[in-house]
Design a protein around this ligand. Structure first.
Ligand code: BG6
Length: 491
């Protein structure tokens, strides 16, 4: 990675909150440790609480002790990092409080400024207008917006209208942390850094694509938030749809923000709407019941604190998406994600077509499997390609067997630490590179598609199907590809 050469003030609204402590500050710490922060880069926590810079530094230190693995934490970086940390107490709804940023010299001496809005989206508009009133919306100043960017097209537009009154599109960085994951970027390297794959990347060679993001966690004490969202809004509208775009887009002319995003938006516009009765055949919703995960009994969705038994919010969704364009005609994209499933893993599977004709005898034929390219995002980062191979041995004749060609990133680059998604994304904001961020038209197109599914669900009296925690979701989700003569790839 190239360093963020220009010094920058990074202001984190919600600076004492969970996201800041668990993800943002550890990510900034790692960047500092890797020598990627410019000398005068400062990090300024901002929230309503009254706190001195020393109190904030102590709080951050505690978080680093908890969230930065010991093996990569070091005492050399901390004194430098601590010096960078300060704190400004602001009530996001109290315009006059924002004068404190100027008192703290935020953006003085022509420094770039990143305002990271790790707050509820209800506050995005008022924060941006109060910043503008202090002159803190100049071209060299940027805002980072955390999800959820609305709960449907209408509310997302409202947020965008408010923010764009004071910041231009080029200054707005809408984050989807999945785009910062190493293997997601590696997907681009695989597709566009090799001659091998791209000529076979179409409906003539690919049978189907599967994107799975499976979690073992439940709603983890945030029932109130989660119940207003559900898996479709919380995961599909952003993370899974973004992955689908990167798999399905045409090769961009260049790896820069507009070229990549121009290609992604074409995919989003080509997504076939899932509306009305189609929602029954193309989607499956589920809600987790109690069960066992890793040998431990876990609660059902309705036993979680603050739950309401009337809720119809889905904690699992599986669906078949179709892309109506020349390249992908007839190739289903199966997407699924859920909480409290059997394993935590995320992967993209490119399932190639069967060979057109087999020259092998019957016994080997039975073992002929189709090639698969698997891009695993987590828990481990790896890419593997399944190819058919001859079983060694003179007595084996031409018996074939599938063998995985594995590229484990940790093994191939064993002296390189794999950065967390937020490290890459924070560095990109500081470098003013928006390639891995969502442009507004993408967010809007994704909401439009998801709103259609939501509307179809709301028209029915059917509840989401129950599934036991620790399972792979409702049985109906297994049947989704089976109806088309296909199967989910097993973990
Ligand atoms: C967040 C969702 O965006 O992504 C969470 O709001 C989810 O519900 C999380 O748990 C998953 O992220 P990761 O990186 O742990 O797969």
């Amino acid at each position: 990675m190239k360093a963020s050469l220009k010094a920058c003030d990074v202001v984190i609204f919600g600076g004492g909150g969970d996201l800041a402590m668990r993800k943002l500050l550890p990510a900034l710490y790692h960047l500092d440790q890797d020598g990627l922060l410019a000398k005068n880069t400062r990090i300024i926590g901002a929230s309503r609480r009254d706190m001195s810079a020393e109190d904030y530094q102590a709080k951050v230190r505690e978080a680093l002790d908890e969230f930065v693995p010991k093996s990569i934490g070091d005492e050399k970086t901390w004194p430098r990092f601590k010096e960078r940390l300060s704190y400004v107490s602001v009530d996001a709804q109290q315009e006059s409080d924002f004068a404190r940023f100027n008192e703290a010299n935020v953006g003085a001496d022509d420094k770039d400024v990143v305002f990271y809005l790790a707050t509820s989206p209800d506050l995005f508009g008022s924060i941006c207008s109060s910043l503008a009133n202090q002159g803190l919306n100049q071209e060299r100043m940027r805002v980072v917006l955390e999800k959820p960017l609305g709960r449907d097209l209408q509310s997302s537009r409202a947020i965008n209208d408010e923010v764009t009154q004071n910041f231009g599109e080029k200054q707005i960085f809408r984050i989807d942390h999945y785009l910062g994951k190493e293997t997601v970027q590696n997907l681009l390297a695989i597709r566009f850094g090799n001659t091998l794959f791209e000529p076979l990347w179409d409906s003539a060679h690919i049978d189907n694509v599967q994107i799975t993001v499976s979690e073992t966690v439940g709603v983890e004490g945030r029932w109130g938030y989660y119940d207003k969202a559900g898996a479709l809004r919380d995961m599909v509208q952003n993370h899974l749809v973004q992955l689908l775009c990167l798999v399905a887009m045409e090769p961009p002319g260049r790896n820069d923000a507009d070229s990549v995003r121009d290609e992604k938006i074409k995919v989003l516009k080509a997504l076939r709407p899932i509306e009305g009765a189609n929602a029954y055949t193309k989607t499956v919703r589920g809600q987790y019941a109690k069960g066992m995960i890793n040998g431990k009994e876990v609660k059902g969705y309705f036993d979680e604190e603050g739950s309401n038994p009337e809720s119809r919010t889905e904690t699992f969704v599986a669906l078949r998406a179709d892309i109506d364009n020349w390249r992908w005609a007839g190739v289903p994209f199966y997407l699924r994600t859920g909480k409290r499933l059997g394993q935590r893993y995320s992967e993209i599977v490119i399932q190639y077509k069967s060979i057109p004709h087999s020259i092998f005898n019957d016994e080997s034929n039975r073992q002929l499997q189709r090639n698969q390219l698997i891009i695993r995002l987590q828990p481990e980062e790896k890419i593997s390609l399944t190819v058919m191979n001859k079983v060694p041995g003179a007595g084996e004749g031409m018996n074939l067997q599938p063998v995985d060609l594995n590229l484990s990133l940790s093994e191939a680059f064993h002296n390189k630490r794999s950065p967390e998604a937020y490290e890459r994304l924070l560095l990109d904001v500081m470098r003013d590179d928006a390639t891995l961020f969502m442009r507004y038209d993408e967010v809007e197109a994704a909401w439009k598609w998801v709103d259609g599914i939501m509307a179809a669900w709301n028209q029915t009296s059917e509840r989401p199907k129950e599934y036991a925690s620790g399972s792979w979701g409702p049985a109906a989700s297994m049947a989704l590809p089976i109806k088309d003569g296909r199967n989910w790839h097993d973990y």
